[in-house]
Design a protein around this ligand. Structure first.
Ligand code: R5P
Length: 299
């Protein structure tokens, strides 16, 4: 059973509009209150927020939670941060957008991960991120920042939903996601491998598992982010052509832009889901238990 971390008057949760389901799950896990926020727009589209702090025993510490999937999310987090006044804030960024431009690739570019970390880290006491695109970004926050992984939640979800009939083969879409896949595989002793590209000609590339045969196997491709789903769709089609029994796909952050969810289902992916770091009907498991564990260690 989850332990009570603090009296509800001491610590409370405030969330952005787009992280309200995850925040309410977190509030249940931590047995602390989720304070309502009143939001409206000025005629020119600018955002207004007011945190409805209880007049009696207002909280001293705030867990401020919000993914930054779009510009409004970023502005809302900044306004909520300001509305918290002098209270101590623990900022939870379940999905940190703008993290993929994490270094200078060409002269003159803005390094968006650094810019966003700088503004969001201002005025908070610490930051928690979830499967951030690259851990190196954490050093751009001006306060202590810690990244947590949903490996346990993903492993449990695969075990409960996909691995009922046969032990699946977990696949990282590339070497970059191999660490995440390895840590998930270790929990239930699943087989794992990663996908590599083999060039056949100047026109043709074959995507295949590096060392293990996919024939007649139930595959689960696991990535931190599915955005357009482009590479994943091509990989799934090729793995099915190579004799895979079933192809499933799971990610932490389901961005699913440009009709990605539909495209991936259409190309033969049997089961597709993400966590609720970006809330959608495709959220099949929650990041709340992992975030709650991290917060209990802090408080
Ligand atoms: C890349 O570094 C990430 O880990 C994902 O593989 C990538 O963001 C997925 O993008 P898309 O879904 O557009 O192929």
């Amino acid at each position: 059973m989850d332990s009570i971390i603090h009296s509800t008057a001491e610590t409370a949760i405030v969330c952005t509009q787009s992280s309200q389901v995850l925040a309410s799950r977190l509030a249940e896990k931590l047995t602390c209150s989720l304070i309502p926020v009143m939001r409206r727009r000025f005629p020119d589209g600018e955002m207004y927020v007011r945190i409805e702090f209880p007049p009696e025993n207002p909280p001293k510490k705030i867990i401020l939670i919000g993914s930054t999937s779009n510009h409004d999310d970023i502005i809302e987090l900044l306004l909520l941060n300001d509305a918290c006044g002098k209270r101590e804030i623990i900022l939870v960024l379940p999905y940190m957008g703008y993290a993929r431009q994490d270094q200078l690739f060409n002269p003159g570019e803005g390094v968006s991960a650094r810019a966003i970390a700088r503004i969001l880290g201002a005025g908070v006491s610490q930051v928690i991120t979830v499967n951030i695109h690259k851990e190196g970004i954490l050093s751009e926050f001006s306060v202590p920042a810690r990244n947590i992984s949903l490996a346990k939640e993903i492993a449990e979800h695969i075990n409960a939903v996909i691995a009922k009939d046969a032990k699946p083969l977990l696949l990282a879409p590339d070497g970059g996601a191999l660490g995440l896949v390895q840590s998930i595989a270790a929990i239930y002793d699943f087989d794992y491998d990663y996908l590599s590209k083999r060039r056949i000609s100047s026109e043709e590339v074959i995507i295949e598992a590096k060392s293990i045969s996919v024939r007649d196997r139930d595959l689960v491709i696991i990535d931190d982010i599915i955005s357009t789903g482009g590479t994943l769709a091509t990989s799934a089609e090729m793995l099915i052509a190579q004799g895979a029994a079933k192809v499933h796909a799971i990610c932490v952050h389901g961005v699913f832009i440009q009709g990605a969810y539909t495209r991936l289902k259409h190309c033969g992916i049997e089961y597709l889901c993400s966590s609720d770091t970006i809330e959608s009907a495709g959220s099949g498991f929650s990041a709340a238990p992992a975030i709650a564990r991290a917060i209990r260690e802090i408080l």
